[in-house]
Write a protein that binds this ligand. Sequence first.
Ligand code: ZN
Length: 178
Amino acid sequence: MRNYALSSAPADALQLPAVRDLRRILPRRNDYQRRDVERIAGVVIHHTSGAHLDWNAEAIARYHVEVLGWPGIGYHFIVHWSGVVDWCNDLESVAYHADGEIRINGVGLNNWQHVGICLTGDFVQGRTPTLWQLLSARLLIDRLSWTLGRRLPVLGHSELSPMLCPGDQWAEWGKELR
Ligand SMILES: [Zn+2]
């Protein structure tokens, strides 16, 4: 069993991961509805699923916009295998990533209440996020909590909906993000 303890991170992990601001660059159809950030109750973690690849944000955005017909990419942040973070939507954007049965203005309540962070990859069949992804996601969540002035709870998508996102070992590696 792999050891995820953050204390085992290599020393160069002290370099803070880069955040690329792609909010005005990624393809989109129109604007998501907006919320007050006070409404944000927590963070939902996703994986990209499908092929186990370090998908780039533009490919994900094209899929969400052109195939699914969403206003823009569904996640607020994408965390890559290298630990690099892509910032994809304003925190105020009610992006489509968690849905849920209860809907407000046609959009799932879970979207109104959460920030969506997607780790690239398909974490099934023994695959897990890279140490860099975990470190980076942890730092990102800490920064979000600091920015919003309260500790944000962290949920896996599967804790809100009956689905296999972010993979079948979330209960194990998710501990590093809570
Ligand atoms: Zn998901």
